[in-house]
Design a protein around this ligand. Structure first.
Ligand code: 4NP
Length: 158
């Protein structure tokens, strides 16, 4: 069986999408289906390329058992659309930036926004925690844990 390939995308790839990657990795591991998935993350903005996840995000994530190990990399228009089945944006701006980078209608069919899979929360995007305090990082994780479950169900029903 071919793997389901998922790429989570935010702006800097140092806060929200590395967290989405780790939360979803944890979720598929807990369900015993880790081998069915390939999971990665990227940013629409290359400024933090080569950096580990933001230390504050790492500290909040590890308290919930999520080890953020990814290194920031930009979204690659020429290869990521082809290499992944699902490109999952964290906020409305990432979504519109990615839409503008789509090469054709098939690319656009792969594009989603993570909060479309929320079940317990009524947020239409994951707010950027970078310039805020502790509560913003906790909210990122709350939203991702919830929406990750919804996304998993969506992918599995395809
Ligand atoms: P992320 O957060 O998109 O969740 O990784 C941000 C990281 C860096 C910046 C903004 C948001 N920045 O302006 O450098």
């Amino acid at each position: 069986m071919s793997k389901k390939k998922v790429l989570f995308v935010c702006l800097g790839n140092i806060c929200r999408s590395p967290s989405a990657e780790a939360v979803f990795r944890g979720l598929v591991k807990s369900k015993g289906v880790a081998r069915e998935f390939e999971i990665d993350s990227a940013g629409t903005y290359a400024y933090h390329k080569g950096e580990p996840a933001d230390r504050r995000m790492q500290q909040h994530a590890i308290k919930r058992g999520f080890d953020l190990t990814s290194i920031s990399r930009p979204f690659f228009r020429e290869t990521d659309w082809d290499n992944f089945d699902y490109i999952v944006a964290m906020d409305n701006s990432n979504f519109s930036d990615l839409s503008a980078m789509a090469r054709n209608a098939d690319d656009l069919k792969k594009l989603f926004k993570i909060t479309d899979f929320s079940t317990e929360f009524d947020y239409d995007q994951i707010p950027d925690p970078y310039y805020g305090g502790d509560e913003g990082f906790e909210l990122v994780l709350d939203l991702l844990e919830d929406a990750g479950e919804g996304f998993y169900k969506f992918v599995n029903n395809k």
